[in-house]
Design a protein around this ligand. Structure first.
Ligand SMILES: Nc1ncnc2c1ncn2[C@@H]1O[C@H](COP(=O)(O)OP(=O)(O)OP(=O)(O)O)[C@@H](O)[C@H]1O
Ligand SMILES: [Mg+2]
Length: 419
């Protein structure tokens, strides 16, 4: 058997090696066959391609048209009761500035609130796609969890509103770029950088877990850097409330191939421990350039996650190895978790109180020139026109009355100056 590391070493592009997100939306299969999850997954080369190929999350029925046509009434169906509830803040209050990302159900755009000039990120999701992929509960959980979380390393939700066809979330705009983008450019990070990122992510996970929330989607695409180089975690689309200490709390097969914990692959039920496994995978990837059990072939990768020996390149320190062995322990009961991480020698020079007050200066700072800077975002996104696609109704995407009610309660106006 070739070592886990040597197979990864052959990969070019370092952190670019991704098979992003496809499994994430293959939900609700309680005893999955690994090959089910391969659907739509791509090799790193394909991943590169997929970022450049025409996005598919908007159906062919979707036609691009400017969102802010002066003669267009607020909302796409002003008579709809749900839209009425969104009147306080709605999409007409925002100018679309740039596309900054693509999610499974639509785009993420940088926007400006017209009345205050404040810059935000607007995540747009199509209701028909959410219903089709059985993601209504996850989407509502995403909003309700974000709504109640306040933490220095987690993105803040300011508003959520909806039109007849779409859901909108207005979040802080985080301008330092994805960890994925930086890792892809740099190959790997210095130990000092990894230590701070890992500690900030661990701090966020401990906060979530203490509130009974499991994140379930730690990966470099969902981790952003703020203007000073601190971590901000975004994308709560897979988060779920599970009682603390319950390691068999849920059976949903979800996540992203590289970061899936063995218990998820086995379909045996999982809990908060999955986030510590993913953190181990992420730390390994930041230190070496590739996840520990990486293979182009997803089924082979799953086999490696389940049973391959964990190996390290020679430059990985004893402390880092010990931490990674603890986090990448296959038995979730024996795996390192919060306090084990916090007290581990790898983090011996981290002052956790200072860390949580953002008083530790990051060893690396993105070069951004102001709040609205988009220079740290892949041009593949920013080259796109910032438009909110118009959903044309066809028998295929018609939402019936029952469907409309599914998103009741989504609308939210946080404590903000916008209100
Ligand atoms: N608040 C934000 N500030 C800046 N960029 C953001 C913000 N939120 C999301 N993004 C960008 O948009 C991308 C897609 O958003 P998000 O991950 O929330 O969508 P998603 O539907 O869960 O995507 P996927 O399923 O592919 O992971 C992120 O990877 C990130 O690059
Ligand atoms: Mg994401």
């Amino acid at each position: 058997m070739g070592s886990a590391f040597s197979s990864k070493k052959n990969k070019k592009g370092g952190g670019a090696a991704k098979q992003k997100g496809e499994v994430k939306k293959n939900k609700e299969a309680s005893t999955p066959k690994p090959d089910k999850a391969t659907k739509g997954s791509s090799s790193p080369e394909k991943q590169e391609k997929s970022k450049k190929s025409k996005p598919t999350s908007d159906s062919p029925a979707a036609k691009e048209k400017p969102a802010k046509k002066k003669d267009e009434p607020a909302g796409e169906d002003a008579g709809d009761a749900l839209v009425e509830a969104s009147k306080k803040v709605n999409k007409e209050d925002f100018e679309l500035l740039a596309v900054i990302g693509r999610g499974s159900f639509g785009k993420v755009m940088q926007v400006k609130h017209l009345a205050t000039g404040q810059i935000y990120a607007m995540k747009v999701m199509r209701k028909d796609a959410i219903i089709q992929k059985n993601q209504v509960t996850h989407t509502k959980d995403e909003k309700s969890i974000l709504q109640k979380i306040g933490h220095p390393f987690i993105v803040r939700l300011h508003f959520a509103f909806q039109t007849r066809d779409k859901l909108y979330m207005i979040l802080d705009y985080v301008n330092g770029g994805e960890l994925f983008y930086h890792l892809k450019k740099e190959g790997k990070f210095s130990v000092e950088r990894v230590k701070l990122y890992a500690a900030e992510i661990a701090s966020a996970m401990m906060h979530l877990h203490a509130q009974g929330i499991v994140y379930r989607d730690l990966k470099p695409e969902n981790i952003l850097l703020d203007k000073d180089g601190h971590i901000i975690i975004t994308d709560f689309g897979l988060s779920k409330e599970i009682p603390v200490g319950d390691n068999e709390g849920t059976h949903t097969f979800c996540g992203t191939p590289e970061y899936l914990a063995p218990e998820v692959l086995r379909g045996q039920g999982h809990g908060h421990a999955v986030d510590w496994w993913s953190l181990g995978t992420l730390i390994y990837e930041m230190l070496t350039g590739l996840p520990p059990f990486y293979s182009k072939n997803i089924n082979f990768m799953y086999k490696k996650i389940l049973s391959s020996e964990l190996t390290f390149p020679s430059y990985i320190s004893e402390d880092a190895r010990d931490l990674l062995e603890g986090l990448l322990t296959r038995d979730p009961e024996r795996r390192f978790k919060g306090e084990d991480v916090k007290e581990h020698p790898f983090f011996s020079d981290i002052d956790w109180d200072k860390l949580e007050k953002k008083l530790i200066e990051p060893p690396w700072k993105p070069t951004v020139k102001g709040e609205g800077d988009i220079s740290q975002i892949d041009e593949y996104f920013t080259n796109e026109d910032a438009v909110d696609s118009y959903v044309e109704r066809s028998p295929l995407n018609q939402l019936d009355d029952e469907d409309k009610g599914m998103f009741e309660g989504f609308t939210f106006a946080g404590e903000s100056t916008l209100g």
